[in-house]
Write a protein that binds this ligand. Structure first.
Ligand SMILES: Cc1cc2nc3c(=O)[nH]c(=O)nc-3n(C[C@H](O)[C@H](O)[C@H](O)COP(=O)(O)OP(=O)(O)OC[C@H]3O[C@@H](n4cnc5c(N)ncnc54)[C@H](O)[C@@H]3O)c2cc1C
Length: 186
């Protein structure tokens, strides 16, 4: 007759635990080697987080690789067109100044010298127009097309700019910038 509380699997579990502790660790492991952890643990405490396998670590490094000129270009246009889409319909004087200044800063600091030099010329020939959201996004579409043309890329139809770069999907328009309805603030 088994004793109360006696688990008929106890001898089996003890054997497996001993096997795990003493036999399944790597024989060539150093004292700090993570492989010193038993490969099979019967402990009830949660196991420590595993270190990433080498192939995942390599993938992470690959993501830190330098960007190409094309990737930086796409990311920059995405930011600029999104800024233009979110630009207030009636911007303040400061917002108009900021839009102009932003484009000029890009023409000086853009991380591709030939692109920056070319964009300075584009701005000289096409001064920034940021009197309203519609004006700014149409102007940006136009200068993007000037760059597209110089690179032999297709011209984008600017009547479709709002469909391509709409306002951000934020609940209750919480991403909208405040502008002004003060006509003196132009
Ligand atoms: C200010 C600036 C200057 C640059 N100058 C140079 C340069 O001198 N030499 C160089 O090699 N590269 C330059 N680039 C990068 C280049 O413009 C492209 O970004 C890059 O070649 C990748 O092109 P893409 O075909 O993926 O589309 P991108 O031109 O990056 O466009 C991204 C997306 O925007 C949409 N789009 C395209 N045209 C318009 C438009 N007119 N209006 C609205 N949306 C549009 C399309 O959906 C497109 O897929 C410049 C980038 C910037 C931001």
């Amino acid at each position: 007759m088994p004793l109360p509380g006696w688990n008929p699997l106890a001898p089996v579990l003890q054997t497996v635990a001993a096997f795990s502790r003493h036999l399944l660790i790597a024989p060539d492991a150093g004292p700090d080697d993570h492989r010193l952890r038993p490969l099979l643990s019967l402990s009830l405490s949660p196991p420590p987080p595993p270190s990433p396998p080498p192939e995942i670590a390599k993938e992470k490094d690959a993501k830190a690789a330098p960007l190409t000129k094309e990737e930086v270009g796409r990311a920059t246009w995405m930011l600029l067109h999104t800024i233009a889409a979110q630009f207030p319909d009636e911007p303040t004087r400061q917002q108009k100044r900021d839009a102009k200044e932003l484009m000029h800063i890009i023409s000086r600091l853009y991380p591709c010298k030939e692109c920056a030099e070319h964009f300075k010329e584009v701005l000289k020939a096409n001064p920034v127009q940021a009197g309203s959201q519609a004006e700014f996004s149409q102007w940006l579409c136009y200068v993007h097309n000037v760059v597209n043309r110089s690179l032999g890329k297709p011209i984008f139809p600017c009547q479709r700019v709002t469909a391509r770069w709409g306002k951000l999907d934020c609940p209750e328009r919480s991403c909208d910038l405040e502008g002004t309805s003060d006509i003196m603030a132009s």
